[in-house]
Design a protein around this ligand. Structure first.
Ligand SMILES: *[C@@H]1O[C@H](CO)[C@@H](O)[C@H](O)[C@H]1NC(C)=O
Ligand SMILES: *[C@@H]1O[C@H](CO)[C@@H](O)[C@H](O)[C@H]1NC(C)=O
Ligand SMILES: *[C@@H]1O[C@H](CO)[C@@H](O)[C@H](O)[C@H]1NC(C)=O
Ligand SMILES: [Mn+2]
Length: 434
């Protein structure tokens, strides 16, 4: 810094004297060693010794003595750069800049989760699937979209993690909290038959859940955060999580979404075939029917899309067992208040959090079925952190539609990643030793 200031003082002076002449003078020099380029870049473009010798110099030291102290090159001469030997690549062993390299979620190590059996505490896995959407496709690109959006994540304490200063979450860096987090890559899901694709996802989850935990205080098995994929995938995530961790009464499902997703399969699937009846708007009906959903202890958050038929609300609340918090309830109860209500519904039960990106307002994101009147990104981060202390056995982010050339791709990716980051905070804070 000291030399830099000196350079600033000298440069205008030199320029006012005779900048063009100075430039010509330097070009006419016989020795490349004495050029301004060399003073700044050193041997980046020419090896100074070879050039100096070619130009008749006997010794390098002689040349250094001959050099006048140009006002422009002065600071660079005082800070001559020494490049490593051409075969020395030790600096390549360090991680490159955040925007570089093969991308895993938050730069986590990539693990061979489906075949190897190493202990893992929390596994990220992608479900690149969008055969179940009723409107806009593109969520098959969501897993890698979320990874791209996560490139600035991966460690360090955040001044906004946790909603109050004394919270454990505030002092927690989930990536360095003693738990082993890995990115398993994606489950290979066929894009040609949703039945086979969903079964592949189920087997993938089962294989990951079978890993033992590494350093968990609470769990014997690996917990999973799934990057979707349209919302249909949650049925398989829930099934495997329920089979691994579930209590007989089911998992408390915390469902962030603009839509209830318990719609009558005969209506939303059009009643065409059994195949058509399972989709991203009916999977929660099937999850409730299968017993994965803890009735009266599960909740929708952010609801605002119109109901399709007159029986939807009753079917949702009575048959499927969901409470509902609408997007406008955030205005009434505040974001922190919403989190308290969710916690009172869930209690100490094992919970599964599924987050449809369309919970965010339409202005932020691209997703399967965009709806107006959604939540801001700050409201969502506050609600999520307000869930500190709940027992999350699994999470997913879905409807992350980052198809090529779609609008809002960058913020869609970033917000998906940020929601997963909050999930990792909740999952690790619950799992810290006292
Ligand atoms: C396990 O977690 C504890 C508590 O967070 C931590 O101190 C310890 O270093 C972790 N062990 C390993 C092997 O990472
Ligand atoms: C983990 O396994 C141990 C030993 O089998 C068992 O005592 C404990 O209850 C298990 N913990 C959970 C959370 O399942
Ligand atoms: C859910 O709550 C309703 C109304 O409070 C009650 O009638 C019903 O029995 C409860 N269902 C379960 C499974 O607890
Ligand atoms: Mn949904």
């Amino acid at each position: 810094m000291h030399w830099f200031l000196i350079a600033l003082t000298f440069v205008p002076h030199a320029a006012s004297l005779s900048a063009p002449n100075n430039y010509e003078y330097r070009l006419s020099q016989e020795n490349a060693k004495e050029s301004l380029m060399h003073d700044i870049f050193g041997s980046l473009m020419h090896d100074s010794n070879i050039i100096a010798e070619r130009n008749g110099a006997h010794r390098n030291e002689q040349l250094l003595e001959q050099q006048e102290a140009s006002p422009i090159s002065f600071p660079f001469k005082m800070n001559q750069l020494h490049y490593p030997d051409i075969d020395d690549l030790t600096d390549f062993k360090q991680r490159g800049p955040l925007f570089s390299g093969i991308v895993t979620f938050a730069h986590l190590p990539q693990d061979e989760c489906f075949f190897a059996r190493e202990p893992i505490d929390i596994a990220i896995v992608g479900a690149p699937f969008d055969l179940g959407v009723s409107y806009n496709s593109g969520a098959r690109f969501g897993p890698n979209g979320a990874r791209q959006g996560s490139r600035r994540l991966g460690g360090g304490n955040s001044p906004i993690r946790g909603n109050y200063r004394a919270s454990k979450l505030r002092r927690l860096d989930p990536y360095n909290a003693g738990l082993k987090l890995v990115d398993c890559g994606d489950v290979p899901m066929t894009p040609f038959d949703s039945r086979i694709a969903l079964n592949q996802l189920y087997r993938g989850h089962h294989a990951i859940h079978k890993h033992s935990s590494f350093n968990s205080t609470q769990f014997n098995n690996t917990r999973i955060v799934t990057l979707g994929g349209d919302h249909t995938i949650t049925l398989m995530n829930l099934r495997s999580a329920y089979e691994t961790f579930g209590d007989p009464g089911g998992l408390a499902v915390i469902h962030f979404d603009a839509h209830i997703d318990t719609w009558d399969p005969k209506v939303l699937g059009g009643g065409i075939s059994d195949y058509a009846s399972l989709n991203h708007g009916t999977f929660l009906h099937f999850a409730a029917e299968a017993g994965y959903v803890a009735k009266n202890h599960s909740v929708h958050v952010g609801i605002r899309a119109p109901f399709i038929s007159g029986i939807d609300e009753k079917h949702d609340a009575v048959d499927c067992g969901f409470k509902t918090l609408t997007s406008k309830d955030v205005d009434v109860y505040t974001a922190k208040g919403i989190a308290e209500i969710i916690k009172s519904i869930v209690g100490h039960r094992k919970a599964y959090l599924t987050f449809d990106l369309d919970t965010f307002d339409v202005g932020y994101i691209n997703s399967g079925t965009l709806e107006a009147g959604g939540l801001s990104s700050r409201e969502i981060l506050t609600i999520l952190d307000g869930l500190e202390g709940i027992n999350l056995v699994g999470c997913d982010i879905v409807e992350v539609s980052t198809a090529p050339n779609t609008v809002n791709s960058a913020s869609t990716e970033l917000l998906a990643a940020q929601v997963v980051d909050s999930m990792l905070g909740l999952m690790t804070v619950f799992d810290q030793p006292e």
